[in-house]
Design a protein around this ligand. Structure first.
Ligand code: FES
Ligand code: FES
Length: 178
């Protein structure tokens, strides 16, 4: 009984300390009640059910939680949900075309064998998308620089870089600078 009262009081405190914010994610608008300390990652996964964005280190060191904010890659575990108001967020769920066709990067990751457990893949793909949106023909060095800070425990990175090169090649010619 005491525990139930405590729980009820706690929920009441949480309720009154929540605030309603508007988020734009993958072109959809959401109104969501959040606490001011909730991260964008918590809200994407826990409130919006967009679990394609992965939670790993939760401290900004692995890249798994990367999403695009106004087209730029950000670590959603280090961004407060309230800070994301007024921006356009893109998650891995937003990469598919409306007709369900995979994005060229998603195809390339599959075709090149750059996905094993897949835990790092959404972050890798979104960071690579930001790169290719700015530079259709990145060098291998530029790809590696973009993906620095994205940890993959499975693939050894070679196939991931190959996948980004392959997606870039599909869009245009690519320099061979190393
Ligand atoms: S979960 Fe955000 S950087 Fe690792
Ligand atoms: S595919 Fe498993 S961590 Fe990258």
């Amino acid at each position: 009984m005491q525990a139930e009262c405590f729980q009820a009081r706690r929920e009441e405190v949480f309720r009154v300390t929540k605030r309603l914010i508007e988020l734009s994610v993958n072109g959809d608008r959401y109104e969501v009640a959040v606490q001011s300390h909730w991260t964008l990652l918590e809200v994407l996964r826990g409130e919006l059910g967009l679990t394609g964005t992965k939670e790993a280190c939760d401290m900004g060191t692995c890249g798994a939680c990367t999403v695009l904010m106004d087209g730029k890659p950000v670590l959603s575990c280090l961004i407060l949900a309230v800070e994301a108001q007024g921006t356009q967020i893109t998650t891995i769920e937003g990469m598919r075309a409306e007709d369900g066709k995979l994005h060229a990067l998603q195809e390339a990751f599959l075709n090149c064998g750059a996905v094993q457990c897949g835990f790092c893949t959404p972050g890798m793909i979104l960071a690579s998308k930001a790169l290719l949106d700015e530079n259709e023909s990145p060098s291998e060095r530029e790809i590696k620089k973009t993906l620095a800070g994205h940890f993959c425990r499975c693939t050894g990175y070679v196939k991931i870089v190959e996948a980004v090169r392959s997606a870039a090649s599909a869009k245009g010619s690519m320099t061979n600078e190393r």
